[in-house]
Design a protein. Structure first.
Length: 392
């Protein structure tokens, strides 16, 4: 394939060349185990701790509140299981939402099989949590509330600061999965009133296989892995030094990117032009997510009377990379649980495509989608019995 038009940045992002450059020495030159007592190992330890400080600055946290993990899924498991196991003396009730990533939902379902109760909050047609339902759901035995910052499929941003205040007023721990928000919006754990936060490096031009778990001082959690005394006795195992160094560099680059209003505006303008072009060229299209409280890089559209997979295949033939939902559910025949939760019927949900942009996305990428997608839809609808029935 001569050219790839990549619009699936919510699945993963291109690693920034500066990140790769920062990581390289730690594979073959500074390859030492930071737990060693000799000077070369202690230099590696110093670099890991400097990276921890950079990650802490990124979140306005204390370095001792930063735990390096393998990514968002592990961080989510630490938050959900770790809090549940450590606070059984208070209760076994957890509150989350119907539109969380499967790293949260499936972890909660696991706990339900082992005696915990979970309340799954509904959302409105834009994907916003019902705050009043949240307040009504809090019980004396509630130990944790977990609400994602920004949805990975439709981009909707939740009122995290408000939810954090409610949790604090009720003496309930609050966790947010900020995997899709990191690198796209400023994250301040103090302002947001969060006790725990999950981040994954590969979602904002860092390396795969490394993430951050922010754990506020004083929060009780149970460690999920036993072994050495790594990561303040919270996560046993030799540190992924190259990944940690790369993650810290990604945090530094993202901070500069977020203060560049022109760059952020460029991404949003491309997203808006993509949506407008699809709507103008294709009838019977629904744009999912909140029109304003949404990630600037994310566009989820439902194109009625055809399957999303068919559109993805047609675009793939032309080098276009997009998705029909979460990358973690690729291959599933079930419609998106997120789209069902905002009120779409099964058929419409099946006809949905997610485009997600980044700082590397160009006007050429957008133009290619607008060139390829409309005729693909015409072709697929010509074979659709549902489209034929509608146009009798």
């Amino acid at each position: 394939m001569d050219k790839v038009y990549y619009l699936d940045n919510n699945a993963t992002t291109k690693t920034d060349p500066e990140v790769v450059s920062a990581m390289m020495p730690y594979f073959s030159e500074n390859y030492f185990n930071p737990s060693g007592v000799y000077s070369a190992a202690q230099e590696a330890r110093k670099d890991v701790e400097n990276a921890r400080s950079a990650a802490a600055k990124f979140l306005n946290a204390d370095p001792k509140e930063i735990i390096f993990t393998s990514g968002g899924t592990e961080s989510d498991n630490m938050a959900i299981k770790g809090t549940a196991y450590a606070n059984t003396d208070k209760g076994k009730h957890i509150i989350t939402t119907k539109i969380e990533h499967h790293a949260i939902i499936n972890t909660c379902k696991y706990l339900e099989k082992h005696g915990w109760e979970v309340t799954y909050l509904g959302v409105d047609k834009f994907g916003i949590v019902d705050i009043e339902e949240l307040k009504r759901s809090i019980r004396k035995d509630t130990v944790l509330i977990s609400v994602m910052y920004a949805n990975n499929e439709i981009g909707t941003i939740q009122p995290i600061e408000e939810i954090g205040k409610i949790a604090r007023e009720n003496s309930v721990y609050f966790h947010t999965d900020a995997v899709q928000a990191a690198g796209k919006v400023l994250l301040d754990v103090k302002k947001l009133n969060v006790d725990m936060m999950s981040i994954s490096g590969h979602k904002f031009h860092g390396p795969k296989g490394v993430g951050i778990f922010y754990l506020k001082k004083g929060v009780r959690i149970h460690s999920l892995t036993q072994g050495g005394h790594h990561e303040f006795n919270r996560r046993a195992g030799t540190e992924n030094v190259p990944g940690i160094i790369g993650l810290a560099k990604a945090c530094e680059i993202a901070s500069a990117h977020l203060t560049d209003s022109a760059d952020m505006a460029r991404i949003k303008a491309m997203r808006d032009r993509l949506e407008k072009g699809i709507i103008e060229r294709i009838p019977e299209v629904i744009v999912n997510g909140h029109p304003e409280k949404r990630m600037d890089n994310t566009s989820n559209v439902s194109i009625k009377y055809i399957e999303g997979e068919g559109m993805l295949i047609h675009m793939d033939f032309e080098g276009i990379c997009a998705s029909s939902g979460s990358a973690c559910t690729s291959g599933s025949l079930d419609p998106s649980h997120v789209l069902l939760a905002i009120g779409l019927d099964h058929g419409t949900a099946h006809g949905s495509i997610r485009f997600s942009l980044s700082k590397y996305t160009t006007d050429e990428d957008v133009n290619k989608v607008l060139e390829v997608l409309p005729p693909a839809v015409v072709k697929l609808r010509s074979m659709s019995p549902f489209w034929k029935e509608k146009n009798k």
